[in-house]
Ligand binder design. Sequence first.
Ligand code: CMC
Length: 426
Amino acid sequence: MKDTMTIVNNRTNESYEFDILDPTRGPSVVDISSFYAKTGMFTYDPGYTSTASCTSDITFIDGAKGELRYRGIEIEKLANKHSYLDVCYLLLNSELPNKEQSEDFDLELRHRSFLHEGLMNLFRAFPSNAHPMATLSSATSALSSFYYDHLDIKNEAEYQEMARRIIAKIPTIAAFAYRHSIGAPFIQPDIDRSFTENFLYMLRAYPGGKMHRNINGEDHIREIEIKALDTIFTLHADHEQNASTTTVRNVASTGAHPYVAISAGISALWGRAHGGANESVIAQLKMIGSVENVDKFIERAKDPNDEFRLMGFGHRVYKNFDPRAKALKALQDQLKNELQLDSKLMQIASRIEQIALNDEYFIQRKLYPNIDFYSGVILTALKIPTSMFTPIFVIGRTVGWITQWIEFKKDPKSKIARPRQLYIGK
Ligand code: CMC
């Protein structure tokens, strides 16, 4: 017999029964899909704080424990022992690749990283000071015009090709968007470089593919930089039904082209309450200016009459710690030692962290540093331009969006997203 929940309408004394669904992990879910049909009423849940919008077997988060898993595997293990591309393969195929699969996947992505020449005109149409996120979102949408949109739902190869293509091309689009924003010539992908190294190369190289050599005659892309960025991509790869992923699923539900759905996800991510926070963290640290000013800004963050919020703090789901932030804190400490970094921004950030973690306001509300608090500082240390922080989040998250898009398409229960409202107008 199924477990059910009975809801009593105290106005009429009528009662209604709803099935309780059990997940493989996490809290149970009440199936209210028949709520309107049974009761003639809607449910009200602004910001979806209590609503599960789909079933999924991709990513699991336990916010109370600070746990995150992709396809059942702990994020710590993936970040420490696997490459970002292996994580992409895992998300798309539900299992980690063997050596041969890993090499084939890597090679295929290298080959798919080039953009159609026709797209170049689009980059040039943007003003020279355009934010790379605006260009990235538009160019991704434009990509839909170059590829077919009627995927055969039963043809796994078509889905995989569509997914691999977008994962491979997003770093190139992001790098081109940046080069355009600084008026620098575009650098084509280098087929001999790995996914993450190639992205750094496209950001930094001179025309003809030349790199600045450092004093030892080495390329300016260091192994430690590639490893750090690869880890950042892995930590951003998926995060179940967050705002941008929900946007991607909602667009998918209308039958629009997959790349248009990804473009919508990019736009949703840009906001500072979501992925845009990593750029805002740095802007805020610069505004605070010195360690001595930190207390003043903490007081502002606590003042209910002040709109100021500490960027990089708080999370809808994590009420203990953000495991991604924990992994990045370890990476930051490692970089600090290996690159001998101790910038003013790092000092301000660590003072904020120290105060906030011991302050009643933050403790009571369970506000901890999130992934964006540390990623901004690390990316600054890696000399990544600030305007590229959120595009870097996009590069990492594209695999999550497209995997969720595929899951949505394959789910026979998927319906067009069409919430209702509590009308309070005339
Ligand atoms: N600084 C100061 N107070 C805060 C902060 C903050 N960063 N975040 C939440 N609060 C307070 C908020 O004022 C409220 O207090 P009260 O109960 O007295 O009204 C309480 O904490 C609950 O906040 P909320 O806005 O109801 O929480 P939410 O779950 O709706 O919002 C959030 C989550 C991430 C949007 C929010 O914490 C925030 O704006 N943080 C700063 C932006 C940020 O770092 N975003 C990145 C999130 S992680 C990357 C990603 O996955 O997108």
